[in-house]
Design a protein. Structure first.
Length: 172
């Protein structure tokens, strides 16, 4: 009897194992499908990560371009004329941070553009002349006190014409 129980137990195990084979095959197929799904998800995640990385790269490039623009524009903004003056044909300005007196010829009229500057309490006039024609600029380094006056002039230097100037504008 004891032996028959062992045989019976052995047969049951064998039967159970044979019944498990189709389940194992089904599980293998299911696992293969899950693996494929995981592979697809991983590929999708990699694709998304690639898109995210591309967006980050684009964002970083835009931030870098913006930073460069700020570095280029900011000094230009701080170098803006502390005081300027204009007349038809000429624009004069003085930048205190760099002690630069500049003049631009703004009209194609055959006349030269002249910037003049003087200390508010003084009579010495410093000037810079632009005679190359319209859209050109000349610069001269002139150290001025905190209080000064500036004006723009035009003059036909070749024909000996009279100098025409704006009024003096106070700068500080």
């Amino acid at each position: 009897m004891r032996r028959s129980r062992e045989v019976w137990r052995y047969l049951n195990v064998a039967v159970d194992q044979r019944a498990l084979v189709p389940r194992m095959e089904a599980n293998r197929n299911h696992i293969a499908i899950m693996d494929a799904s995981i592979d697809d998800s991983t590929t999708l995640i990699r694709a998304n990560r690639t898109e995210d990385e591309e967006m980050k790269t684009i964002r970083n490039v835009l931030v870098a371009v913006g930073a460069i623009a700020v570095l280029i524009v900011a000094p230009a903004m701080t170098a803006a004329a502390d005081q300027g003056n204009a007349i038809v044909g000429a624009q004069a300005y003085y930048i205190t941070s760099s002690d630069r007196l500049s003049v631009s010829d703004t009209q194609s009229d055959g006349k030269s553009a002249i910037a003049e500057i003087r200390a508010s309490a003084g009579s010495t006039v410093y000037s810079v002349t632009e005679s190359r024609g319209v859209n050109n600029q000349s610069v001269k380094t002139v150290s001025m006190p905190a209080s000064y006056q500036i004006r723009a002039c035009v003059q036909d230097l070749g024909g000996g014409g009279a100098k025409t100037c704006s009024g003096w504008a106070n700068g500080s």
